[in-house]
Design a protein around this ligand. Structure first.
Ligand SMILES: [Zn+2]
Length: 285
């Protein structure tokens, strides 16, 4: 699943291609979207703005409608010039929004809905900007309150709850726990308030650092081996722990551990020495 920073970058690129320009064409394989287009044609409307909200990507049209798409595991948005060859087969096309300069294509986008303004505000699955780590309206106190309400759950799993804090995906989850020195399997209720605040601050900082203009497409949380010109073949080369099972911790040299975690069975990485359990034990497996 794309992390919040990926959706943010996609929204920024789509915004540059689409915002402020009249739509000249709209196509979709989704009947509900084409029906909306029949009733309120997109062509002739202008794209007012494109924004990310957690893992949702929102395209706001001047007619008042908002197209909300969620990528889940498979979806992606591409931007092409007219006549440019698509990098995915046509059969994967789900949505096309076109203007005189660009064609934005949503490939295999599994979730796409149109909202009217009043519906968008009520759509519970779209996180409010107050809990989006990349939003200017981010409210750390609100996220803290929500996070503490999940006391019986393991912290790394709660970091993935997009209704608690939006924007942290599976890679950042492990990285945030490492940089704060907190064992990912600790129950939230065992954490001190300072630790909870450090986790929230680190989430904001790490995700935000990855949406800088020159940050590229690779998630970088560890800068020690970063190369500016060549492409690292090892996906874990820019990270503290994610994808580094059995490799030496970059701080202490102990082997990094890996384990499946939570109801979603997501992979988690940590350093047993830098991120100790308070009672000195570590999880099995
Ligand atoms: Zn370590």
């Amino acid at each position: 699943m794309p992390e919040g920073d990926t959706i943010f970058r996609t929204a920024r690129a789509l915004g540059r291609a689409l915002a402020g320009k009249p739509v000249t064409g709209f196509r979709s394989t989704y009947p509900l979207l084409t029906r909306f287009d029949d009733d309120t044609p997109f062509a002739g409307q202008t794209v007012d703005a494109v924004e990310s909200r957690g893992k949702w990507l929102l395209i706001h049209f001047s007619g008042g409608g908002t197209l909300a798409t969620h990528m889940l595991m498979s979806g992606s948005w591409h931007i092409y010039r007219p006549g440019e060859r698509w990098q995915q087969p046509r059969v994967n096309m789900r949505i096309v929004v076109e203007n005189s300069d660009y064609i934005a294509v949503g490939f295999r986008v599994p979730v796409a809905k149109m909202f009217k303004p009043q519906e968008l505000a009520r759509a519970l699955k779209i996180p409010p900007s107050a809990i989006d780590v990349l939003s200017e309206d981010f409210n750390a106190a609100e996220v803290e309150r929500q996070l503490l309400a999940h006391g019986s759950e393991e912290i790394a799993d709660v970091l993935l709850h997009q209704e608690v804090m939006a924007g942290v995906g599976n890679v950042f989850k492990s990285e945030v726990c490492f940089v704060t020195g907190i064992h990912p399997f600790r129950k939230v209720a065992t954490l001190g308030l300072n630790q909870v605040r450090a986790l929230i601050a680190a989430s904001q900082k790490l995700v935000a650092a990855n949406v800088l203009e020159d940050s590229g497409d690779t998630i970088v949380t560890y800068g020690g081996r970063k190369r500016r010109t060549t492409h690292e073949s090892d996906p874990g080369a820019s990270l503290w722990v994610y994808g580094r099972n059995g490799e030496p911790c970059r701080r202490c040299g102990d082997p990094i551990r890996r384990r499946i975690q939570g109801p979603g069975a997501r992979v988690t990485f940590w350093c047993p020495r830098c991120q100790p359990m308070p009672d000195g034990t570590d999880v099995d497996g």
